[in-house]
Design a protein around this ligand. Structure first.
Ligand SMILES: Nc1nc2c(ncn2[C@@H]2O[C@H](COP(=O)(O)OP(=O)(O)OP(=O)(O)O)[C@@H](O)[C@H]2O)c(=O)[nH]1
Ligand SMILES: [Mg+2]
Length: 392
């Protein structure tokens, strides 16, 4: 009894020591920012430090369990290296994001850098140039105006006189616009149904394939529904993704009623005790009104037949279409209860600023971003990592 109490106290004490060493390391890392490390390196290093902390805590726990003493926590922290694959996954996710955003970086931050370098003081002319960059990067007029108001205010309040300090402020404002408490795609509820909507060609089917594969790997029972019965080959295309990710698909013939496909899929999901049902929908019908009517019917069926499921309606928009993405989001919002946005093809455009316009003008959180065609190129949206990648 006494021994147990002693062990518990010792464990808490050692964990506190670990926390202290790691916090010091993080602070050291961040204060080095301008000298030796890029933002990217800091972010990666901080992930690794977090990993080191967890490993050290595990080692301490195990040692105490086996009655081995731990005299120096630093020895544990610096000798136990994170596993290679952990290092690899943390590094490559951020690298992928950075690589995927390289065009957007050229279109926004590299241009801002050039402007800031050519000025010796912060004046109206400099601000006008930044405004122009934002507009041409598809940030949208309203959002640009709001960013510029905030930037001017920050410059005034913080008495910024060096053009180089403007970049940091701009980064903070952009991060704030993109931050949303609800940005994580949460599929932990059982069952969850995801309805993927959006006009043709934006990346709905590809995103479904990527998500199915991700959640299957996480051990979930996933089913996909071929709700796009309009476009020839849409069903086959989804089936290819289903086979690739090893999940089942419910499909009807081309031209069938999409409502019936969704109805059958829900029935199958219940019978097979599915965790996650992901439904494809058509991107194009004979006209826009038809498309919206059909979607409304599908939503009614879901509400009626699957009330126990948590519903996620993800609107997919293609970043390369610029301001069109904003108008699409606005019209879909009128008929669908959109719970999140998926912005695809960010890797293919220098005008990545559209993410700001969509987020602030439509007021729906961006939950996922596509930065390439590979499965790993669909990432959970993280405002901080996004702005680090864009500005770093
Ligand atoms: N570069 C890049 N390409 C992407 C991304 N997401 C999707 N694509 C490509 O975009 C094209 C269209 O994708 P689909 O998934 O077929 O689009 P959809 O919305 O299902 O289109 P419809 O079925 O016609 O309504 C494909 O060639 C995809 O490989 C991305 O994040 N980056
Ligand atoms: Mg499709």
């Amino acid at each position: 009894m006494f021994k147990k109490f002693f062990k518990k106290n010792k464990k808490e004490e050692l964990k506190k020591d670990v926390e202290e060493v790691i916090t010091n390391e993080v602070e050291k890392e961040e204060s080095n920012e301008d000298l030796v490390s890029s933002q990217e390196e800091i972010c990666v290093d901080n992930c690794l430090l977090e990993e080191k902390k967890e490993i050290a805590e595990e080692v301490i726990e195990e040692s105490l369990e086996n009655d081995q003493s731990v005299n120096n926590v630093e020895d544990v922290i610096y000798t136990e290296e994170p596993k290679e694959e952990v290092k690899e996954s943390k590094v490559s996710l951020f690298d992928r994001l950075k690589k995927g955003l390289s065009k957007a970086k050229q279109g926004i931050t590299d241009r801002v850098d050039q402007v800031l370098k050519s000025y010796t003081k912060v004046d109206d002319e400099l601000l006008e140039e930044i405004e122009e960059i934002l507009i041409t990067a598809d940030v949208g007029v309203d959002t640009t105006m709001s960013i510029m108001d905030k930037l001017t205010e920050a410059i005034r309040n913080k008495k910024i006189i060096d053009p180089q300090d403007v970049k940091g402020e701009l980064k903070l404002i952009i991060e704030e616009i993109l931050t949303n408490d609800n940005s994580a795609l949460d599929v932990s509820h059982k069952p969850t149904i995801i309805l993927m909507v959006g006009v043709n060609g934006v990346g709905k089917t590809t995103t479904i394939g990527k998500l199915a594969s991700r959640y299957k790997k996480e051990g979930k029972k996933v089913l996909i529904a071929a709700g796009d019965t309009f476009r020839a080959a849409a069903i086959d295309q989804l089936e290819v993704w289903a086979n690739r990710s090893g999940v089942d698909i419910i499909k009807h013939q081309e031209g069938a009623d999409p409502g019936a496909v969704i109805f059958d899929s829900i029935k199958a999901a219940k019978a097979r005790d599915i965790d996650l049902l992901i439904c494809d929908t058509a991107g194009r019908l004979h006209n826009k009104a038809n498309l919206m009517n059909e979607l409304s019917k599908v939503f009614k069926i879901v509400d009626r037949e699957y009330p126990e499921a948590k519903k996620e309606v993800l609107l997919v928009v293609d970043a390369t279409t610029g301001q069109n993405a904003v108008s699409q989001a606005k019209s879909f919002k009128q008929v669908c209860d959109i719970t999140g946005l998926v912005l695809t093809k960010l890797d293919g455009t220098a005008k990545g600023g559209v993410i700001l316009a969509v987020k602030s003008e439509v007021d729906v959180p961006v939950k996922l971003i596509g930065v390439g065609e590979k499965i790993e190129d669909l990432q959970d949206f993280d405002a901080k990592a996004f702005s680090e990648a864009l500005f770093g």
